[in-house]
Design a binder for this molecule. Structure first.
Ligand code: 13P
Ligand code: SF4
Length: 342
């Protein structure tokens, strides 16, 4: 790691100029007054300086606040893209602006790097829905059926699963196993979506995302009737919501679908920061904003990122007893994904 300059953590403006700050404002101008963006200037400067000092990279999930997503992120994307970026990066330090399982996945794929999660309370209701003992019990109840775990799980659960997947590749990963039945944990709604699109018998678990389960099909019908909006839903939503949507897919899938459809109006049935973040890439589309925020994603703030880079804490470590098996589970996903796209 590089030596630290004495000015570490002070509000230096060496790496980030007022011009650059104004240029970036264009991406959020529809979301916040310039005065609010300006209020972030000193913290963004300090983070940029620390990134350089620490040889650090900031990864931001699509659900992060706009000042993080557009202000300090080096890589933005869905959970699959961020995991890949952590593995490929040549940085010494990775700051995960997302939730705990994302930081764990980054650490599994980049064990030599220092992985920071600015607030370790940033959890996930899906990851909390299942334990390694639950997976063992499922295996005992369904001998011979392989276990596919959603990436939204702890490293301990990954360690007792065969392969992991994200919402972007769940169907492909499950089908690639060539088995008649597969245990899929922990999201029951993503399991229902996969089951609808495959002949493989899916044995689900009863986990749910506390954010996506709140959306209702009636809400979608109201949007459609009142605005004729193109409706895109995340597969963590209920099957009724999935059926009412025009498109169902991961956060990156939604962006690709928007690029193709270029609708006049769109509603993203997912965490609401996502619409804020992608709106600058689709200036001709009016985004309607049903606001269900993920309280865990919201724990990450600019000041938290600054403190994490300054103190090199909180550091994410994976227990030695589970790390090798959990890493193999994630790596199998990348091997399968590569084979499927090669
Ligand atoms: P993606 O895999 O689409 O990024 O979603 C992760 C997540 O936590 C959705 O709630
Ligand atoms: Fe977990 Fe849901 Fe938040 Fe995604 S939106 S991190 S699935 S609680």
């Amino acid at each position: 790691m590089r030596a630290l300059a004495p000015s570490l953590g002070t509000m230096t403006r060496l790496d980030y100029t007022r011009d650059e700050h104004s240029r970036r404002y264009g991406r959020v101008a529809r979301l916040m007054p310039e005065m609010e963006w300006d209020a972030h200037f000193d913290t963004v400067c300090a983070i940029e300086a620390l990134k350089r000092e620490r040889n650090a990279i900031v990864l931001a999930h699509n659900y992060q606040r706009p000042e993080i997503f557009h202000g300090v992120a080096d890589v933005q994307g869905d959970s699959l893209a961020l995991a890949g970026a952590a593995a490929r990066s040549r940085a010494d330090v990775v700051v995960m602006c997302g939730v705990h399982f994302m930081a764990e996945t980054a650490k599994l794929l980049a064990p030599q790097k220092t992985v920071l999660l600015p607030d370790t309370r940033a959890g996930c209701s899906l990851a909390d829905a299942i334990t390694a003992d639950d997976v063992r019990a499922l295996r005992a109840a369904h001998p011979g059926a392989p276990v596919v775990c959603y990436v939204n799980t702890s490293a301990a659960v990954k360690a007792v699963s065969d392969v992991c997947c994200t919402s972007a590749n769940a169907l492909e990963i499950i089908e690639s196993l060539g088995e008649p039945e597969v245990i899929f944990v922990p999201d029951q709604f993503l399991a229902a979506w996969v089951a609808k699109h495959t002949r493989v018998r899916i044995i689900p678990w009863a986990g749910r995302c506390e954010v996506h389960e709140r959306f209702t099909a009636a809400e979608i019908e109201d949007y459609r009737r009142d605005t004729q909006a193109f409706v895109l839903a995340h597969p963590e939503c209920s099957p009724e919501v999935q059926s009412a949507a025009d498109y169902v897919g991961s956060t990156s899938g939604m962006i690709a679908a928007l690029r193709q459809a270029r609708p006049a109006r769109a509603v993203l049935i997912t965490e609401c920061s996502m619409a804020d973040n992608v709106s600058s890439a689709f200036p001709e589309t009016e985004f309607l904003r049903p606001c269900n925020l993920c309280p865990h994603m919201q724990r990450i703030t600019l000041t938290g990122i600054h403190a994490a880079l300054r103190d090199l804490s909180p550091v994410i470590e994976i227990e030695r007893s589970v790390a090798p098996a959990a890493r193999a589970c994630v790596q199998r996903m990348f091997e399968q994904t590569y084979r499927l796209t090669a």
